[in-house]
Design a binder for this molecule. Structure first.
Ligand code: CTP
Ligand code: MN
Ligand code: MN
Length: 579
């Protein structure tokens, strides 16, 4: 970049914009320059390499230059007086550093516009601020359709294409201005030619034909629909399409029965699980979990994570992370907590995973196994029965929720926004740090491995559970003996509850703050932070900790801020991690 070039004394020609500088001071500067042999231009000609100004913003200079009829040479640096005084002190022309460059008023820590018109943003998404509400939503929505389309295609090159689209949308989210012209994106390496063409289309015509085509394609619509079933990934969805299934009804009617409990219950409760979980519901459920967990283990820490922690007003599930400052005391908590929730008739169906954590796992290479990129915490992934009354606080929570509009229709905005991101196969998704295509294939395979194979009817339902499933309600209501036996019948029955996806995760306290960062997300934030840790610091970041692979050493943290500190990243609040 030009700004990094050294100027030999003979090459540099400096012009001082006289406006705003006291006459005496200006005279002194000129005398010093003469003394030190630093070339001064009396007028702003094309030979000028450095333009020094006392103004505070590029806009102010541009205004004056226009008024005076002057033209800023294309390659010249626009610098603050500090640069000149440092040159005088050093008796030579020094390199122009970021701090010497005059800024635009609209600039924030997220985006800088160089005087040559090039925009620079921090290289890594985890270094930037990305909020739910930002200035380029129309553009990022469109780019994320392309991302999603690539993910659903799930072919050879598609994972890296999807990631490239995500990177582009991620940059747009942290820009401090609404893009009006793609030329404003000059110099952003995450925004490639393809994305620029789509953005041009959007900016010029209000819509992109490529995005529109995808949105209108029945393949995309069906893939979106089928992958929104809990437990279904692209490969099963494709099979359903190949079998000419068009709707969830078709899937049910054609007795496409999976042996995977997620798919069985996910299909039966499709409507429930596809309606957004409200913040009020998450809060009500959280407080019950808090109450019950505290009874079982006084001093327990119960933390709402995921999208809600990042400020979303609705989501597709409720993620709750639990720990206790006395390491080891958390053992057995999950089992007892599930019994307590079952007693309160809050559990529909779920699966408890034992902790698969072993110290050696931490030092395994990323690429060794996909499993190594998922976490190894003890957890329960399931579906709960949320009483409909949990939704009653709607209005209240709207009024208290700082990210929602204060008008009566507070649900519409964010709920609609968040609905776009409602997905149900998410927890099978491995957070890949290495992002190789091989991994992509592997992870899709692992995602769907348990949903392959078919089981004909609900009568064999109980046999199909593998013993680790936690299905008290299903046990209680045996197939054949009661109408409630079948998930479908239960779903169709009159009920005062809604089926909701819940993740309960248990972390040992020594890993808690890493688990907190990992389970807060966003997914892309994690992906990016993990890749950054590996590439820039040579460290391995997971939800279990941060590891120096060479030294075989862990870097423990006792707060989220410490996690960021170890990563040499500016601390970001959860609300700022929405990339
Ligand atoms: N996560 C994880 N390990 C998993 C599953 C999820 O670390 N096995 C992380 C995800 O990367 C994400 C967070 O946990 O950052 C929450 O996941 P998820 O519920 O899928 O996403 P949300 O961001 O909460 O989105 P939503 O509001 O739709 O639930
Ligand atoms: Mn979530
Ligand atoms: Mn989740």
């Amino acid at each position: 970049m030009a700004s990094q070039e050294s100027f030999r004394r003979g090459d540099a020609v400096i012009f001082i914009v006289p406006h705003k500088i006291q006459r005496k001071r200006l005279e002194d500067m000129k005398i010093s320059m003469k003394k030190k042999n630093i070339p001064l231009a009396e007028s702003l000609g094309p030979n000028v390499t450095h333009v020094v100004t006392e103004f505070e913003s590029v806009e102010q200079v541009e205004k004056v230059l226009k008024k005076e009829g002057w033209e800023l040479p294309k390659t010249a640096h626009l610098v603050v007086i500090k640069w000149l005084t440092e040159c005088l002190k050093a008796s030579k022309i020094i390199d122009v550093q970021q701090s010497h460059k005059l800024k635009r008023t609209e600039e924030t820590e997220s985006g800088d516009k160089e005087e040559d018109g090039n925009l620079t943003v921090p290289e890594w998404a985890c270094q930037r601020v990305a909020r739910l509400v930002h200035l380029n939503k129309k553009l990022t929505d469109a780019i994320e359709v392309l991302q999603e389309h690539a993910e659903l295609r799930d072919g050879h090159q598609d994972y890296s294409r999807a990631l490239a689209f995500r990177r582009a949308s991620c940059v747009l989210k942290s820009l401090p201005f609404a893009v009006q012209d793609v030329r404003q994106l000059e110099g952003l390496k995450d925004v490639g030619g393809h994305v620029k063409r789509v953005l041009s289309d959007l900016l010029d015509n209000g819509s992109s034909s490529e995005v529109q085509e995808i949105l209108n394609s029945s393949w995309y619509q069906k893939m979106k629909l089928f992958t929104s079933v809990f437990g279904i990934g692209p490969s099963t969805a494709k099979k359903w399409i190949d079998n000419e299934l068009e709707s969830i009804k078709d899937v049910k009617r054609n007795s496409v029965r999976s042996s995977d409990w997620r798919v069985i219950w996910g299909l039966a409760f499709f409507e429930d699980l596809n309606s957004p979980v409200l913040r009020s519901e998450a809060d009500r459920f959280l407080s019950i979990v808090q109450q019950e967990a505290e009874k079982l283990l006084p001093g327990v820490i119960v933390q709402l994570c995921g999208g809600f922690r990042r400020g979303k007003s609705s989501g597709h599930d409720v993620d709750i992370l639990l720990t206790h400052p006395k390491e080891g005391s958390e053992l057995g908590l999950l089992h007892n907590l599930l019994l307590a929730l079952e007693k309160k008739d809050l559990i529909l169906i779920g699966h408890k995973e034992k902790s698969s954590f072993r110290q050696e796992i931490l030092f395994q290479d990323f690429k060794l196994s996909m499993r190594g990129q998922l976490d190894h915490f003890e957890k329960w992934l399931g579906i709960c029965k949320f009483p409909k009354s949990f939704q009653e606080q709607r209005l209240d929570s709207c009024l208290h929720n700082d990210d929602s509009n204060s008008n009566s229709n507070c649900l519409s905005d964010h709920a609609a926004q968040d609905l776009d991101s409602v997905k149900h196969c998410e927890h099978s998704e491995a957070d890949t740090q290495t992002q190789t295509q091989g991994n992509s294939q592997l992870h899709k395979a692992s995602q769907e491995k348990s949903s392959e194979g078919t089981v004909p009817t609900c009568h064999s339902l109980n046999e199909s559970f593998d013993g680790t499933s936690y299905e008290p309600s299903a046990k209680k209501a045996k197939c054949g003996s009661s109408l409630d036996a079948c998930p479908d019948d239960l779903a169709d029955s009159e009920r005062d509850w809604v089926a909701r996806r819940v993740d309960l995760i248990i972390a040992p306290y020594s890993q808690y703050y890493y688990a907190l960062v990992g389970w807060t997300g966003s997914k892309h934030f994690n992906r990016d932070a993990r890749l950054y840790a590996q590439k820039v610091l040579g460290l391995k970041l997971t939800s279990h900790g941060l590891f120096d692979m060479a030294k075989k050493e862990a870097l423990p943290s006792s707060s989220e801020a410490e996690v960021f500190h170890h990563l040499k990243l500016p601390y970001r609040d959860p609300e700022d991690r929405n990339c």
